[in-house]
Design a protein around this ligand. Sequence first.
Ligand code: PLP
Length: 495
Amino acid sequence: MKKNIELLYALSHEEKTGYKLPYTEITQDYVNESLPNDWVRKELFLPNVSEVEVARHFFNLSKLNYGVEDGMYPLGSCTMKYNPKMNEHVAQYDGFQKTHPLQADNTVSGNLFLLFDLEDMLCEITGMDAFTLSPAAGAHGEFTGILLIRKYFEDKGEADTRTIILIPESAHGTNPASAVAAGFDVEEIKSTATGEVDLDSLREKLSDKVAGIMLTNPNTTGMFESNIKEIAALLHENGSLLYYDGANLNAILGIARPGDMGFDIVHLNIHKTFSTPHGGGGPGAGPVGVKEHLISYLPEPIIGIEDDSIELPDMDIEEKLYRMNRMDKSIGRIRLTDSSFSVLVKAYAYILTLGEEHIHEVGENAVLNANYIKAMLKDFLYSPIALPCMHECVLSASKLENGITALDISKRLMDYGFHPPTNYFPLIIPEALMIEPTETETKEEMDRFITAMKTIVRESKENPALLKSAPTNTPIRRTNDTKAAKDLDIAYKRR
Ligand SMILES: Cc1ncc(COP(=O)(O)O)c(C=O)c1O
């Protein structure tokens, strides 16, 4: 019999208790006298339950969840790859875990050194000249990067005229959202049949109003922008900047660098590239790197050295002192604490584990795995782009019979024990199923996924009703996605 997981409030009974508070001399009368009346709560609305009920409640809830440790999680673009336990282990060292974000700098010099060294590694990996580790997620990094673009043009006296950010129609929704949030207007550039930037559309849109362009490379159709050098030249000749959305850097890690392609600013989605937890939009980490001409606008605080008598291994002290002294036109703070420190420790551990010698294997294996899945499924699902892909492939349910949609395929996949791929993104591909196995999946697990997909395509012909009613083996059946998105109400209401 399936367990009905009730809310703890439903199990609550006034005679039950799961805790005992230590004796205190502070009496209720004392509290009432010493605190303003409207600060004192008359009732604390907490359930009265026993310890074992709490333990079972949360354990059973955790079993309803699906994570990358349950099986393949091919959520293209969002990149849910396995986070090695070594990262977690290192992040739990006392010296890392038991420090406070507001602790005095001279008591955490080891931690600052780690961040300092990580900045250097990220510069080396991306080909940029300096990094800020402050942003809390990819989208927060985008917002920070766009503020840097604004500041750059303010400094040049062009803020009032450079008002447009160009974004390809295949872009992730956070790109236009970040540009608009930072006060820019957005104009869309068309894509070619292979999902790349349409150069004619780009030329048409270029004007002295354009502040910059936001691109991800490989782009969201999983294709490498083969004209990136030409795109960079066009933008720079126009006096505009290039922003790199680093969501897909995992495809080219250790092989190609955005800095060498001509990008002026990059953000990195640490969870995608360097195997840290995603953090649901934060607290994750989305470091932003810039080229030389933008260093002085980086957000505060920047880690630096005040004194050249300090010796640090493998550090170019002159460069660091120089970097600090340039921070005179900063955009200011972008968050209360300096960074999501433990997330950055995990990324640091991951980079060191792979080392210079092996880091390129991440992208190579991610690309190999995505192409394996694409090749195995191309005769079963429509493949709108025939060319080999990078780290993710986009297939389409648009040619299936019986009105079967990408959503039906995804819901049925849950019955076979897989997390669905990304649906309906990028927007330029109808009924898109964007599959990203990542480099960490084994061939056996990918074969299990491929078999499930082939079975579902067969079911779509033989028993479409089954797909339409899927999922059938999950704790919750098909939900009303539109209602969930538009009518979000997640607060517990006391009856
Ligand atoms: C292409 C692209 N850009 C930006 C983002 C936003 O990143 P984050 O979820 O870290 O805020 C994503 C997230 O999946 C993405 O796929």
